[in-house]
Design a binder for this molecule. Structure first.
Ligand code: SAH
Length: 521
């Protein structure tokens, strides 16, 4: 299309498959649970040059975008400066016209009360390319998480979805409450909790029975998900009493009663527990996912980031002579990853690793090794250095060459002790952890604003870096440690762990946290 404009725009560094023509994807982000983003939505994010996102779209999705992609907040929420709809439209048009891949990330489905139709209309009017990526809407998916199907063969065969929010200037009577009230089946309302008393009053006046079951579901599908159940006659007062605020979906109809048997999300063991996970950006996924699987409102506080070591020479030298080692000894999944990334960057044949045997500390480390299709020859029962040493003591390691790829600045006791056993040890820093300064997923903001019931530490350095952030600790917050080394650091920082995993890996920590809350019940 517009070759004159695209030629003048700078070449993009982020995408290998860059088209010369800009395109805007209007992507539905779903109601909040990260698992409810579509595959197509994720694909668009992964290739985005610019992401323009909303208040109700999960900020964690920004991690799918390339680090270099520009991320622009366009949300509309009280107290935070945000863009007007006109500014948002202009921004979308501007970036698309510049030849970029723009992802316009919108909560729920982009075409249900999200002004997606208007945004697409602007792009169309400008002759720009756009695609719509539908999403799971809160009006259906959000209610499903509360155990409420919007239709049911036995009772509700029609579905009406309406907005409780009128355009400013438009009269409250703009909506025909009479036809809504008298329509058969289920009614779902978005954006109306603030005006609940007025709206339920209108519906009652228009003929809806005061005993009609009503449920409100706020922050549906997220860790903050809550449900409030009443009737048309009682719900407004209940919501007022419980301070049940937006964003919430309201559902009117008999299907609400099905919740008694169909509720599932709210019945999971850690439901309602807010757990802050401190870990490096690359590595909190497993813990977050497991805690969420159990129902926790788990979010990530990025404290550290993994980078190449400041001095790469010893690592490069070790790689050149990698066949010469009798043992590779890995003490962390990060070490495994750094090692194999470098190995496969400089070798094309997996056999070039030679005949080295592999020892690891921890199941997580072993799992990482196996991901690279190498087996583990030695894994001590307890996941600490002392236990590994004991195992090596029983083997004769005299004059054997060992490589210890590990974090810069890690403790050297293992190397020293292995040398005491007669081994020839190359103790090589292959990565370093540095403080994370960005708060991409908004975890630090959440911690400040909402606190946490529990915070987890999976290494001594996460504890140290977390404390260095200088955040004030919420009263009564519990702390969980992955094992003795982390605990030691925590104690020295004044954090006495309430929970310490007896198996020092992610599943072990998850188990310890579950047992802790199980015991509290
Ligand atoms: N396009 C969105 C709706 C945008 S209008 C969708 O398809 O879901 C914004 C309204 O959606 C909010 O006021 C609220 O009523 C509802 N909403 C969106 N996400 C929600 C969530 N996670 N929980 C409850 N309500 C939500």
């Amino acid at each position: 299309m517009k070759s004159s404009t695209t030629k003048s725009s700078k070449p993009t560094k982020t995408s290998a498959e860059k088209t010369t023509e800009g395109v805007c994807y209007l992507v539905g982000a779903g109601p909040g649970d990260p698992g409810l983003l579509t595959l197509r939505g994720r694909e668009c994010l992964e290739r985005a040059d610019v992401v323009i996102y909303d208040y109700l779209s999960n900020a964690e999705f920004l991690n799918f975008a390339p680090p270099k992609a520009e991320k622009i907040y366009a949300g509309k929420t009280a107290g935070r400066h945000a863009l007007t709809q006109e500014q948002t439209n202009e921004l979308i048009v501007k970036h698309t016209r510049e030849g970029k891949r723009v992802v316009r990330l919108k909560g729920g489905d982009p075409f249900l009360f999200g002004r997606g139709g208007e945004e697409a209309g602007e792009l169309s009017a400008e002759g720009l390319r756009f695609e719509i990526v539908p999403g799971v809407t809160s009006a259906i998916g959000g209610l499903a998480y509360a155990g409420i199907p919007v239709t049911h063969r036995a009772s509700n065969a029609v579905l009406t979805i309406f907005t409780g929010h009128e355009e400013p200037g438009k009269k409250a009577s703009g909506l025909d409450y009479k036809s809504i009230a008298l329509a058969p089946g289920t009614k779902v309302m978005l954006m109306g909790v603030e005006r609940l008393a007025a709206i339920t009053g209108e519906l009652a006046a228009a003929g809806m029975s005061a005993t009609t079951p009503v449920a409100l579901v706020r922050w549906a599908t997220t860790g903050r998900h809550q449900t409030l159940v009443g009737t048309l006659g009682t719900i407004a007062a209940l919501a007022e009493e419980k301070q049940f605020k937006a964003p919430a979906v309201a559902v009117f109809g008999d299907v609400v009663n099905l919740r008694d048997t169909l509720s599932w999300f709210e019945r999971r063991p850690l439901f309602g527990r807010r757990i802050a996970v401190t870990r490096s950006r690359q590595q909190s996924g497993g813990l977050l996912a497991s805690l969420r699987e159990l129902g926790a409102d788990a979010y990530e506080i990025p404290t550290i980031r993994i980078e190449p070591p400041a001095d790469k020479t010893p690592f490069i030298e070790a790689m050149l002579d990698v066949r010469a080692y009798d043992w590779l000894v890995f003490t962390s999944p990060n070490g495994v990853e750094a090692f194999f990334n470098a190995f496969f960057a400089s070798h094309t044949d997996a056999r070039e690793l030679g005949g080295a045997r592999i020892a690891v500390i921890g199941n997580g480390t072993a799992k990482k090794v196996r991901e690279y299709r190498y087996d583990v020859d030695l894994i001590p029962e307890e996941f600490v250095a002392e236990s590994l040493l004991k195992a090596f003591k029983e083997l004769n390691v005299e004059n054997l060459r060992m490589l210890l790829p590990r974090a810069a600045g890690a403790r050297e006791i293992l190397a020293v002790e292995l040398e005491n056993l007669g081994a020839i040890v190359d103790d090589v820093p292959v990565y370093q952890t540095v403080p994370e300064t960005e708060d991409v997923s908004g975890g630090i903001r959440r911690f400040r604003e909402e606190g946490a019931d529990m915070i987890t530490f999976t290494s001594a350095s996460t504890a140290a870096h977390f404390m260095a952030l200088g955040l004030s600790l919420p009263a009564g917050m519990k702390t969980a440690s992955i094992g003795p080394v982390t605990t030691q650091e925590m104690v020295s920082l004044g954090l006495i762990p309430d929970v310490e995993a007896s198996q020092h890996d992610i599943p072990g920590l998850v188990h310890a946290i579950s047992s802790f809350y199980e015991g509290e019940k």
